[in-house]
Design a protein around this ligand. Structure first.
Ligand SMILES: Cc1cc2nc3c(=O)[nH]c(=O)nc-3n(C[C@H](O)[C@H](O)[C@H](O)COP(=O)(O)O)c2cc1C
Length: 189
């Protein structure tokens, strides 16, 4: 079993991380998994203080879900998906995810962000679904990154970048990207 079996490539792989608190509460957040060798089972992740980080420290487990659902991305960024969004809770699989992977996590560097070594333990491809590159989806993901930063520092230059993304989403996105972008805007207003 290797990372490339589940769609990971060299570089930063954006996935929805599903983690559990010690008392079993589910958490979802977009996270970038850093891969140097996709033919191995090793990766790393840098986590700022967040519920995801707390859960990873507490349980040493993280499940990655690969998905192109814009609504899943936007809700996971600002809130958490409830159990009704999952087609399975063991392993945790968000409705319509293309693949899931289970990682064992070991903290290798403290700080903010802290760095964790990830070891692939299990996984499955659930759907072989094709989608042509959609600039609207990509722009939504960029805007979500800007929005998570904007929420921390309120830097107006980020609003300008988010507006540039909005124009691309309007031009290139599907109805679902446009709906997701509206949810994003509601969260930063
Ligand atoms: C595309 C994308 C990638 C992200 N990657 C990371 C990451 O690698 N590390 C991190 O600490 N936060 C990352 N974030 C920010 C977290 O998703 C965000 O802080 C989230 O609110 C954390 O939620 P939680 O407190 O429920 O864990 C990313 C956000 C987006 C939109």
């Amino acid at each position: 079993m290797k990372l490339s079996d589940f769609g990971f490539t060299e570089g930063i792989n954006e996935i929805i991380a599903v983690t559990f608190s010690r008392d079993g509460k589910i958490n979802t957040a977009p996270i970038g998994i850093i891969v140097e060798d996709a033919n191995s089972e090793f990766a790393k992740v840098r986590l700022f203080y967040s519920h995801t980080r707390e859960n990873v420290v507490a349980t040493r487990k993280l499940w990655a879900n690969l998905t192109y659902d814009p609504i899943v991305w936007v809700i996971s960024t600002f809130e958490d998906l409830g159990e009704e969004w999952f087609e399975s809770l063991n392993p945790p699989v968000i409705m319509n995810s293309l693949a899931w992977c289970e990682f064992e996590c070991e903290k290798v560097r403290d700080g903010n962000p802290a760095e964790f070594k990830l070891t692939l333990k299990d996984g499955a491809i659930l759907r072989k679904w094709l989608r042509a590159v959609n600039r609207g989806f990509n722009a939504l993901i960029e805007a979500l990154v800007h929005a998570t930063r904007y929420r921390i520092n309120r830097n107006p230059s980020l609003l300008k970048k988010i507006e540039e993304c909005r124009i691309i989403v309007e031009k290139c996105g599907s109805r679902r990207e446009k709906e997701a972008f509206k949810i994003l805007l509601n969260h930063i207003r």
